[in-house]
Design a protein around this ligand. Structure first.
Ligand code: PMP
Ligand code: GLU
Length: 402
């Protein structure tokens, strides 16, 4: 072994695990490259192209030579547009000075937890949770405290469970709604109950990840930052990847108390600087332009959701709820545990996902990555034909288990 491979990595990096969503997507790509007909339902990425008028705005910015470094927290016109959008869509008051634009919502989350956590600080994470939450918290020295709600609770954690988990070390509460991986949407009433529980605990920040805001089938998105009990200490995270099909453009943002925005600005200024210049121009345009393409994508996702649910419900051993947002289904497959096709025994969701990938050539992600060992996540951001074939294959794989 070389000298370099014997040198220790930092404790921080050793504590972290690799992103399971990105790992599964990479495995699917590799199997495809080997010539296998793999259907990849692992990664959460809209299959739609970025709407044409947004691409035009980026092209125009390039043609105008808008290709230099930008202010670290984002160009003024984008921060203005985000401030307007927060007010217009969410009833939230964040001035442009309270907004930081980053290289994706993932970076916004990293900036936030690097800014607020000291070693050993606890973050209440409503689970099932998005895979990177726990790892970003650990990287920042914090301790994720996982509060879990299963299938019978529609995967939504009640306020009473939050109340019980608060300790003097609790620094923040983190959740996504619409939720990745479950698609569940917290209602205004449910969020208000959580806000009331947090009200007296003034040391606790609320980090609300609303990146799936525009893929919400209930008709109304609720933001916890509107409730007076937590209004002053809510950090709202959002981005362009999902609602505008702009994953590769790498743009996310937050609205935060000024002191947090300033801290995130400082962190980002030393790590990555301002986000991509022409992406920001296009994003500023997108937020205030016609939202019809976004609404059309939402309608397409809704149709696919209904089709996928209809097909999955016919497969024995698969319990599915009716997700109200995002583009994921999160079946509970605990009834299949202990079954075998004579060669492979399914002990847990990891075994199931490996089995379905290797034998059925469908890539999905194990619930263990999201704090739910009895589930798997299927992204329906894929064509109807692909979805039909994939679920037929999953059905065939399950039928072999006895
Ligand atoms: N939060 C959630 C819940 C997500 O699903 C994603 C998707 N990757 C992100 C944040 C990060 O998105 P991005 O970095 O592409 O803006
Ligand atoms: N958020 C997406 C997912 O959950 C993208 C992949 C990632 O960044 O983890 O699949």
């Amino acid at each position: 072994m070389s000298l370099v491979s014997n040198l220790p990595l930092s404790q921080r990096v050793q504590r972290m695990s690799e992103s399971e969503t990105l790992k599964m997507a990479q495995m699917a790509r590799e199997l495809k490259a080997q010539g296998h007909n793999v259907i990849n339902l692992s990664i959460g990425e809209p299959d739609f192209d970025t709407p044409a008028h947004i691409k035009e705005a980026a092209k125009q910015a390039l043609d105008e030579g808008f290709t230099k470094y930008t202010p670290v927290p984002g160009i003024p016109e984008l921060r203005e547009a985000i401030s307007t959008k927060f007010k217009r869509d969410n009833g939230l008051d964040y001035s442009p000075a309270q907004i930081v634009v980053s290289n994706g919502a993932k970076q916004s989350l990293a900036n936030i937890f690097l800014s607020i956590l000291d070693e050993g600080d606890e973050v209440l994470v409503l689970a099932p949770y998005w895979v990177s939450y726990s790892e970003i918290i650990k990287l920042a020295g914090g301790v994720p405290v996982i509060l879990y709600a299963g299938f019978d609770q529609d995967y939504k954690v009640p306020a009473a469970a939050v109340a019980q988990a608060i300790t003097p070390r609790t620094k923040a509460l983190l959740f996504s709604s619409p939720c990745n991986p479950t698609g569940s949407v917290y209602t205004a009433t449910e969020l208000e109950a959580i806000a009331k529980v947090l009200g007296p605990h003034e040391q606790i920040y609320v980090v609300a990840d609303e990146i799936y805001e525009y893929i919400n089938f209930t008709g109304k998105h609720a933001s916890i930052g509107t409730f007076p009990e937590v209004k002053e200490r809510t950090i709202t995270v959002n981005g362009f990847s999902k609602g505008f099909a702009m994953t590769g453009w790498r743009l996310g943002y937050m609205g935060a108390p000024k002191v947090i925005a300033d801290a995130c600005n400082k962190v980002q200024g030393q790590i990555t600087s301002g986000a991509n210049s022409f992406s920001q121009k296009a994003a500023a345009y997108a937020l205030l332009a016609d939202m019809t393409p976004t609404h059309q994508m939402r309608e397409a996702f809704l149709q696919r959701r209904d089709m996928v649910i209809g097909l999955l419900e016919k497969i024995p051993g698969m319990k599915v709820n009716l997700p109200q947002g995002a583009f994921y289904i999160f079946p509970d497959i605990s009834e299949l545990f202990g079954k075998s096709d004579g060669k492979t025994t399914i002990h847990n969701a990891n075994d199931f996902c490996d089995y379905v990938l290797m034998e059925g050539h469908v890539a999905v992600v194990s619930g263990s990555a999201f704090g739910a060992d009895e589930c798997f996540r299927l992204s329906y951001a894929a064509s109807e034909a692909e979805l039909r074939t994939a679920i037929e294959r999953i059905g065939n794989m399950v039928a072999r288990l006895h």
